[in-house]
Design a protein around this ligand. Structure first.
Ligand code: NDP
Length: 286
């Protein structure tokens, strides 16, 4: 058999890129399936994004992730968008399909996959904190996955209202905006409470959502999109109330699984990806 030395290329375009652990889990999954594929973590400034995308195309990269601050601006450089990326208006995964660069969004589907084993989503009521890029993805995918109602709570009213309208107008779910008043009371009928703001993200690990913790009931599933640290203040409080909790590591791994499947057409080992990630981040409870 003749040997060859040309790897298939994937990677990430973001800034800052320094603390992005995605490559570790993707390369572990490639190796586990015997694939000669690489994942290159690239620090890309906004002004260089267009050239980076053209470069990836010229080098026949099979795909790449986009993270902060490129999730919206990358769309101008792509050939087409998948359905949920079009509704969300943001792309975190680009797939090279026969030379055409197609934008997809796996953030929200990653979240849905990570929470499914803790809660059957059909007809459930959701309270979602945040209205940024990740919150948009999570809200749209929860709605497409069958939840009945989503309350968007966000500091910036305009962004919050816009997301509530986006969900109500483009999906079968109902959605409304709630102003984030001091000591916000979570409505007692909520089944799922999610933080998709950056409150509590490293290094501000002691930051807390301004909510009345008495309104968190043990019947609620409480999830946090933040994976660094996995045990946020919100997750700690919810555990102390007896709630089922879901941390952000599941979302990180699951969005990687979906990207892997888009790029390679194969199913990766989730255990291998989790093991690589927990090794890289020194986490024991993955
Ligand atoms: P954005 O910058 O787009 O959005 C940030 C959100 O946080 C906005 O809703 C913003 O509110 C809110 N926010 C920030 N600071 C405060 C504050 N002090 N008080 C109230 N609200 C605040 O970020 P992303 O949507 O991309 O990311 C959000 C979080 O999701 C991050 O923590 C990120 O780590 C996590 N994430 C996790 C992933 C995973 O795989 N686990 C994947 C992607 C993201 P406002 O509109 O009022 O400014």
């Amino acid at each position: 058999m003749s040997k060859h030395f040309l790897s298939e290329l994937t990677g990430s375009f973001a800034t800052p890129a320094l603390e992005n652990p995605t490559g570790v889990m993707m390369e572990a999954a490639y190796q586990n399936l015997g694939l000669d594929w690489r994942y290159i973590n690239c620090e890309i400034q906004p002004d260089d994004l267009k050239n980076a995308v053209l470069g990836a195309k010229a080098m026949n990269w099979r795909g790449f992730n986009c993270s902060i601050p490129h999730k919206v601006s990358v769309i101008a450089h792509l050939d087409d968008l998948g359905e949920s990326a079009r509704i969300i208006g943001a792309v975190n995964t680009v797939v090279n399909r026969d030379g055409k660069l197609i934008g997809e969004n796996t953030d929200g589907r990653g979240f849905v996959e990570s929470v499914k084993s803790s809660l059957a989503l059909a007809n459930k009521r959701v309270v979602l904190f945040g209205a940024g890029g990740a919150a948009r993805a999570v809200a749209v995918e929860l709605a497409l996955a069958g939840v009945a109602h989503i309350i968007i709570v966000n500091r910036n009213q305009e962004r919050g209202q816009e997301l509530a309208s986006l969900v109500a107008e483009n999906t079968p779910a109902d959605a409304e905006y709630h102003a984030w008043t001091q000591q916000y009371q979570i409505p007692a009928e909520a089944d799922l409470v999610i933080n998709v703001t950056s409150i509590g993200l490293f290094p501000n690990v002691d930051a807390e959502l301004d909510i009345d913790t008495e309104s968190i009931k043990s019947s609620m599933v409480v999830a946090d999109g933040i994976f660094n640290p996995p045990e946020t203040r919100l997750i700690q409080t919810a555990k102390s109330k007896g709630c089922t909790t879901v941390n952000g590591l599941g979302m990180l791994v699951q969005q990687g699984v979906i990207a892997f499947e888009y790029w390679t057409g194969k199913t990766p080992s989730i255990d291998v990806m989790k093991a690589a990630l927990s090794d890289a981040l020194d986490i024991t409870d993955l």
